[in-house]
Design a protein around this ligand. Structure first.
Ligand SMILES: [Fe+2]
Ligand SMILES: [Fe+2]
Length: 304
């Protein structure tokens, strides 16, 4: 199963049309089975910004998709609306569902609305009722399906020393995800890619292999931060029976195209990488590009 993961497209002034066009050109070559858009579709939650975001998303490959709101998808300055009906335009233009479930032949995705318009300016929250929502959804998953959580805000700090407040009570959520057998957490918000593992932050007994974390940079806005300052990126995630392989693509100003930059490989289900197949079952064109021109740095994560 191939996932195209984009985030923080930020329609409004920060949106970069040339980068958006490049993504639309590249997306079909990824040949995704699922598209994930992990929040911050707009800059200021205005109706025309949501309309543009919806039109953009509709031009991506026509496959099942999971879309969730980010903190920029609730009004910041329209205080009454923020307090009384913060997701008004998100519901109107994107989806009436804020917490969503998507089941495909290979995976069950649970999308969580981590925005907290009444209790935080830019940080998020996961309410206990959303953890119940996760439990209900994942408890009914047939054997063999990958369990994947999507939320805009990060559950673990990015390891680059930039100040980003992690969601309060993130560990409570991680503990439940571990208990439920979640294998992958996807998000955005950081405006730079962070591909890692929960064990870096939440080590503990019984956690044989942790949960793979894949945060996406800003795919189409000028708001990149840290190592992706003034850069744009997206992730391609290949979930096979044995492995989760994340290919990080970055926009190249000189060519005006996205190109794969690094690859991160994790064994699934507590296996070790040596005993897992190290080839993606679905051998993508992007992967071939990595292998043929040898340009991108290949990076293997050994934590399984
Ligand atoms: Fe953002
Ligand atoms: Fe955000």
């Amino acid at each position: 199963m191939k996932i195209l993961h984009i985030s923080d497209v930020h329609f409004g002034p920060p949106y970069l049309p040339n980068v958006g066009s490049a993504l639309l050109r590249t997306a079909p070559s990824i040949d995704p089975d699922v598209v994930v858009v992990s929040g911050d579709l707009t800059q200021r939650a205005k109706p025309e910004q949501f309309q543009q975001a919806a039109e953009f998303i509709n031009q991506l490959p026509d496959v099942p998709r999971i879309v969730i709101p980010g903190n920029h998808d609730v009004p910041l300055y329209r205080i009454v609306e923020r307090l009384t009906d913060p997701h008004r335009y998100y519901r109107q233009y994107i989806s009436n569902e804020l917490n969503t479930v998507l089941q495909t032949p290979d995976a069950l995705f649970v999308g969580l609305d981590s925005t907290a318009p009444r209790s935080a300016i830019s940080n998020g929250r996961i309410h206990p009722s959303q953890l119940d929502f996760c439990r209900d959804a994942f408890d009914r998953v047939p054997d063999g399906l990958a369990k994947i959580v999507v939320a805009h805000h990060h559950f673990a700090p990015a390891p680059d020393y930039l100040h980003d407040q992690t969601m309060p009570k993130a560990k409570r959520a991680i503990n439940l995800f571990v208990e439920l057998g979640v294998e992958l957490i996807m998000g955005g918000h950081l405006h730079r890619a962070f591909i890692g593992n929960t064990l870096d932050f939440y080590p503990g007994a019984g956690r044989a292999h942790g949960i793979v974390i894949v945060q996406c940079g800003t795919t189409t806005s000028r708001r990149g931060r840290g190592r992706e300052k003034e850069k744009n990126s997206f992730n391609e995630i290949d979930v096979t029976d044995q492995t989760i392989i994340v290919t990080h693509h970055i926009f190249d100003d000189q060519t005006g195209q996205f190109a794969p930059l690094s690859r991160h490989e994790f064994a699934r289900g507590g296996r070790r990488l040596e005993t897992a197949s190290i080839r993606p079952s679905h051998h993508s064109r992007a992967t071939e590009a990595v292998e043929s021109n040898q340009r991108p740095q290949t990076l293997r994560s050994t934590r399984a």
